[in-house]
Design a protein around this ligand. Sequence first.
Ligand SMILES: C[S@@+](CC[C@H](N)C(=O)[O-])C[C@H]1O[C@@H](n2cnc3c(N)ncnc32)[C@H](O)[C@@H]1O
Length: 218
Amino acid sequence: MRKYDFEKQMQATSYYNKFSRVYDILSPKFYYHKARSEAIRELRLIKEKSVLNVPVGTGQNFEYFQRYLKNSGLIVGVDISSGMLNKAQVKIDRNQWTNIKLLNQDVINLENTLKNELFKENNLEGFDAVFCDLGLSGFPHWKKIIDVLLSMLSENGRIAIMDWYIEKPSLRGTLVKWIGKGEVNRPIWQYLKVNVNDFKVDSSFNYGGVFVASGTKK
Ligand SMILES: C[S@@+](CC[C@H](N)C(=O)[O-])C[C@H]1O[C@@H](n2cnc3c(N)ncnc32)[C@H](O)[C@@H]1O
């Protein structure tokens, strides 16, 4: 990674370590409920399937995944912030879920060693599904990360992305950027569109600010 990106990531990690204390209060479950439900429905999970969630944050998606997996199969959650992961671990312990693994890693590491380790350790040729929520708006090299996430999928694996897209500068966009420390005008779903089959997008969530895009590995 270039030095600038490394510093940016360090800042993001430090920010989210602090933010983790109040994340579930300031970004409550109901706020993204419709978008999350739709995105996770698009993953077409059933019992015993595997799903990779990047960035997993405080684990707000777990209960949505478990509706389909019912504590079977495998959920792997990756996040760079140990503070966010600690909160996710609390949810795991409280619910006594046994099918979730958390990894404190930079998503960029999925490109090489982490990807191979994950496949080997879990006897996988690829994940059945990948969910990336509120991550690509903040990751440096976001197009590269989409390529990497697609490479984590097994044949016919499903990917869903939930994120912000506000094309024109606005007060709301500025606020979202400030809170999330990311960008809101990256053409994320447009990039996904040309790289998957069965592409679908709905950009009507949260008054048109949040989109859910999905597709099947080519
Ligand atoms: C806005 S939160 C979203 C968390 C979760 N997906 C959700 O929807 O609640 C952004 C997350 O991205 C994580 N993050 C930022 N840069 C990352 C990176 N390079 N690799 C992995 N996680 C990263 C942060 O630690 C934070 O947990």
